[in-house]
Design a protein around this ligand. Structure first.
Ligand code: IPE
Ligand code: IPE
Ligand code: MG
Length: 246
């Protein structure tokens, strides 16, 4: 266990792990070499969250738009995904981590789908960190599939359209059973959401860093947590109201 202490820890951290390709190019390596290099940063992020007792870590691993990349890179990413699940699922299980994959997995090979199902089943009763991997995930897809589920309920006569609340919609999204992200981190210098968690980031604190994902190790993550700790979350209220209610 770590003895590090942070005031105001987030319950849920969501990360866009960006900059692998540029990390590799800086070293005159093929872009693809950046992806396996980023796996160590994933390990360190999981370890830090476990040490600090952060409840949920959501990582964007592959977006619904990433299919547009060169076929070779997509193929190598799928292979890496299988390899990492194969090598890490057991270790995560020993650390009491519960693994969940969100996104449209129907587009994946049956081999990858099997690995996903098995890793989730292995870790499903664990009570430590919830590690959520977004793969073939898109924020718009999530809202659309949630809407489709609500429409079915309406069609069946279980719900009146005028009674639909944001809570109903939230319950149908991929992150229905976890608290909303408190802290969003994007590495790699870009300042955009790239169709990540559109619905769930409504009141999340944003943190952007130029550090490329394979360089985003424990200390870099701690800087993000320090930044989060120094912010005042107002949720529409005034700063004075927030101070008073402490
Ligand atoms: C993020 O790194 C990983 C994935 C999108 C799979 P990139 O591959 O996007 O790296 P850059 O942005 O090209 O440097
Ligand atoms: C977002 O990164 C997706 C992941 C990190 C998995 P991208 O590198 O695909 O984002 P854009 O295309 O630059 O916005
Ligand atoms: Mg990128």
């Amino acid at each position: 266990m770590s003895t590090e202490e942070f005031a105001n820890l987030p319950r849920h951290v969501a990360i866009i792990m960006d900059g692998n390709g540029r990390w590799a190019k800086k070293r005159f390596l093929p872009r693809y070499a950046g992806h396996p290099a980023g796996v160590e940063s994933v390990r360190q992020a999981v370890q830090l969250c476990t040490d600090l007792g952060i409840e949920v870590l959501t990582l964007f691993a592959f977006s619904s738009e990433n299919w547009r990349r060169p076929q070779q890179e997509v193929g190598l990413l799928m292979e890496l995904f299988i390899k990492v699940l194969d090598q890490e699922a057991e270790k995560l299980h020993r650390r009491n981590v519960r693994l969940k994959i969100i996104g449209d997995r129907s587009a994946f090979s049956s081999k990858l789908q099997d690995y996903i199902t098995r890793s989730e089943a292995l870790t499903k009763n664990n009570t430590g960190l919830q590690l959520i991997i977004a793969a073939n995930y898109g924020g718009r897809w999530d809202i659309v599939q949630a809407t489709q589920k609500l429409a079915v309920q309406v069609q069946k006569g279980l719900l009146n359209p005028q009674d639909i609340t944001s809570e109903h919609l939230n319950q149908m999204t991929s992150l229905a059973d976890v608290p909303e992200p408190d802290l969003f981190i994007r590495t790699g210098g870009e300042q955009r959401i790239s169709n990540f968690l559109l619905w769930q980031l409504a009141y999340t604190e944003f943190y952007f860093t130029d550090t490329l994902w394979p360089d985003f190790k424990r200390d870099a993550f701690k800087l993000a947590l320090n930044s989060f700790a120094s912010r005042q979350r107002r949720f529409g209220q005034t700063g004075e109201q927030v101070e008073k209610s402490k």
